[in-house]
Ligand binder design. Structure first.
Ligand code: F3S
Length: 388
């Protein structure tokens, strides 16, 4: 891989140990994937934030890295393992909180903004079409590529941090036109009436697509929330990082002889059934990916004036929660007995340690991961169904 003189100097330690290590990581990845050079990126979105997922080894690594590592570009964090302000009220242990805060501090010391959300695009972080970025949360990656037309590979937490420090990424994969071509076309025949239907479509398709680019035909309209839910599910059951929707996404490139499949009402029904392993739940958790203000508004309207018999978490970015606070939506949800939870989500927090065994969700991604990540039995359905 060709390196400029400045890049060579970074690799040789001229800008400190962390920068040298970061460059080493990028060069190693570039060599494996046949990148000819590094290209500048305008932002980094970094996963590997929850103490639950990175543990003591990750914490130690970050604290060491933070000794002299500083980011060069705007850099943002994925959700942490707890609500950074309300952790005690929500039942997180002091020990967990202490370690989680050390992780956040290490990132902040490096200059990373503790946004702690998987939906940076809902809080104004919106790379433009064709802009190269290094994002790592899989649902954010697929949204950036598909909905925004930006360009990012599915970075790991480590490679996104390395890009944040160097300000560059190896030039391969989804940064190149030639790889932004669908080889799986899905003819959507089922009526998609609820956001959970988009999650089911994503789970069904992702498992078939694996790492391929997917093109959907037959979806007439979508909301931003439906796109984010569809993408998150595609990236969970498969490793999809880019999809097109005919007539909706700007990009639409399909290979000469793509595989073609159909998603009809039978596939929709069976996928939803397969995601269900419980008929009841102690916790209803909405917000995977993190809720938009519109979703919070809908939840508030549905629970207004009611007394909930089960716990309700509405997971969202802290900036969105502040808006919900101002609009009185948080109050409505809390008066019903629910919580608007920020900085974390039902999957990356230690849900099992908080005493939950069965969780109800309307997200295909959460339904897919909760059994293995958090030992949960899952009730999967529409927002209306799980709130009922
Ligand atoms: Fe976001 Fe957590 Fe889902 S990070 S995409 S809410 S698993």
């Amino acid at each position: 891989m060709h390196l400029t003189r400045e890049e060579e100097n970074i690799l040789n330690g001229e800008q400190g140990n962390a920068a040298a290590k970061a460059m080493e990581i990028l060069v190693a990845i570039g060599k494996v994937f046949g990148a000819e050079k590094l290209i500048p990126v305008t932002s980094a979105q970094i996963s590997g934030v929850s103490y639950k997922t990175i543990g003591d080894a990750g914490l130690e690594f970050l604290e060491n890295f933070a000794k002299d590592g500083r980011v060069r570009i705007p850099s943002y964090l994925n959700p942490a393992g707890m609500d950074l302000e309300e952790w005690s009220r929500l039942g997180f242990s002091k020990e967990f909180a202490r370690k989680q805060m050390r992780i956040i501090k290490a990132y902040q010391k490096m200059g990373v903004e503790a946004t702690c959300t998987c939906t940076p695009y809902l809080i104004g972080i919106l790379p433009k079409k064709g802009e190269h970025v290094a994002w790592s949360e899989s649902s954010a990656v697929i949204f950036a590529n598909s909905a925004l037309g930006a360009r990012t590979n599915r970075e790991s937490g480590m490679s996104a941090l390395a890009s944040a420090i160097v300000g560059k990424t190896p030039y391969f994969g989804y940064h190149l036109d030639e790889n932004r071509v669908a080889s799986l076309v899905v003819n959507v025949k089922a009526k998609l009436e609820d956001i959970s239907d988009f999650g089911a479509l994503g789970i069904y398709t992702g498992a078939i697509a694996k790492q391929r680019v997917v093109a959907f035909d037959g979806i007439e309209t979508v909301t931003v929330d439906e796109v984010k839910t569809l993408g998150a599910a595609l990236a969970a059951s498969g490793a999809v990082a880019l999809f097109f929707i005919k007539g909706i996404t700007d990009e639409w490139r399909v290979a000469d002889k793509p595989e073609r499949i159909e998603f009809g009402s039978r596939e929709l029904r069976e996928t939803k059934e397969n995601l269900n392993s419980s008929r009841d739940a102690e916790l209803v958790a909405v917000g995977c990916p993190h809720c938009s203000l519109e979703e919070i508004r809908e939840i508030a309207e549905r629970v207004r004036g009611k007394k909930l018999k089960r716990k309700l978490w509405v997971c969202t970015a802290r900036k969105i929660k502040r808006k919900a606070d101002k609009l009185g939506l948080t109050k409505v949800i809390e008066e019903a007995g629910g919580r608007v939870v920020s900085d974390t989500c039902m999957v990356v927090c230690p849900l099992e340690e908080l005493g939950f065994e069965r969780t109800a969700v309307n997200s295909g991604k959460a339904a897919h991961y909760l059994p293995s990540f958090c030992g949960q039995k899952v009730l999967f359905g529409s927002l209306k169904e799980i709130l009922r």
